[in-house]
Ligand binder design. Structure first.
Ligand code: GLA
Length: 364
């Protein structure tokens, strides 16, 4: 039987957090950790998913891959088969073998990496070349699998980042019109390193916190009479009676502006300005959007004390990872300081990871 191997990286978001589902701006980059899916076609309609990182395999049929059928980690894989079917693909039964170095529950898009690796492998198995047009369609397919089958109502940042990025660059995504643009990151030449610190405090986007933020944004946009919060301004805050909605909207409005400022700072190689924008993003997510936690805050303050130019939580929040832009000669000192601070605070040990940018999802 024919076999095809898809590989998809995880991602960090440099800036532009909790803006994707309100038509906003995001600036993610892929990381050098990836999920590989080997898809072997079958002559019947059976489906199996095995993973080197999971104890039990999932087995079923193509007809059992839709909403309400699969649960847990396997839903992210088989949900893609369902969503491809919904998009009109005629799929064979398939055995999917998964292996991954993307840490799970770390806010680094292990779910999108799994979805997109399955999607790419199935494109290969069915002989479809990965054109830019197909990549865009796979973003929608994987989003649909995640929201309708896995039950995580996410906004598209993760799937766009891993399918549409270019090597050596962050990806500016405008969720109002769907346009993307590469933003090259010349950090090596500037003597800078982007650190990723996984707090190892696990979060899941299928619990209430993420959906509640998203609902707040939808409600606020409705109250303001706007199609999405992308069109909101700080002047609109006075038109909202509920204090919580005012803070949520203030985060979204200021964060979109920070993404534009960050792209300008990167273009001008103005790294201190970029660092200040990362810090302001973290403060806004902590104070206005209320998605940080003690462990993420501690990484940020410790990294800054250790010489980082800027630091912030990255991804959905409620645990997960933080990033810090650090002069390369300070990398070891910052990592040690974070370890010491975690012991002193009585937290479990964090995990230190490298950031990219690496390349997008592709056939192996
Ligand atoms: C998660 C979601 C994304 C995005 C971020 C927050 O990673 O999957 O769609 O909303 O949170 O920026």
């Amino acid at each position: 039987m024919a076999t095809s191997v898809g590989r998809s990286p995880g991602r960090v978001n440099l800036i532009g957090e909790h803006t994707d589902y309100t038509g906003g701006l995001c600036l993610p980059l892929t990381i050098p950790y990836a999920t590989t899916v080997t898809a072997t076609g079958r002559a019947d309609d059976a489906v199996s998913v095995t993973s080197s990182q999971q104890d039990a395999p999932w087995t079923g049929t193509l007809a059992m891959t839709g909403p309400g059928d699969a649960e847990g980690w396997a839903a992210y894989a088989v949900g893609v088969l369902w969503a491809l079917g919904q998009a009109g693909w005629d799929l064979p039964g398939v055995d999917l073998a998964v292996d991954s170095t993307v840490p799970m529950g770390a806010g680094l898009s292990s779910s999108a990496a799994l979805e997109c690796a399955v999607a790419v492998a199935m494109a290969g198995l069915t002989g479809r070349p990965l054109t830019p047009e197909l990549r865009r369609r796979l973003v929608s397919v994987c989003r649909r699998a995640e929201s309708e089958v896995a039950g995580a109502p996410t906004g598209g940042l993760d799937q766009s980042a891993v399918l549409l990025s270019s090597p050596g660059a962050a990806l500016l995504i405008d969720f109002e019109d769907g346009s993307v643009r590469d933003v090259p990151l010349p950090w090596d030449a500037a003597g800078l390193t982007l650190l990723v610190v996984d707090t190892q405090v696990s979060h899941t986007l299928t619990d209430g916190g993420y959906g509640a933020r998203r609902d707040d944004c939808v409600r606020a946009a409705e109250m303001l009479g706007l199609p999405s919060l992308r069109r909101a301004t700080l002047a609109d805050l006075d038109r909202l009676d509920e204090p919580r909605l005012r803070t949520r909207v203030r985060h979204v409005v200021t964060e979109n502006a920070r993404v534009e400022d960050a792209v300008a700072a990167i273009g001008a190689q103005d790294w201190p300005s970029l660092g200040r924008l990362l810090n302001a993003s973290h403060a806004s997510l902590r104070d206005d959007y209320d998605v940080s936690c003690a462990e993420l805050d501690l990484v940020v303050t410790t990294a800054l004390e250790g010489g980082a130019l800027g630091a912030r939580m990255t991804g959905g929040g409620f645990g997960g990872s933080a990033i810090a832009l650090v002069p390369t000669e300070r990398v070891d000192a910052v990592r040690r300081a974070v370890d010491v601070a975690f012991v002193a605070a009585g937290f479990g040990p964090p995990r230190h990871l490298d950031a990219g940018p690496s390349g997008p999802a592709d056939l192996v």
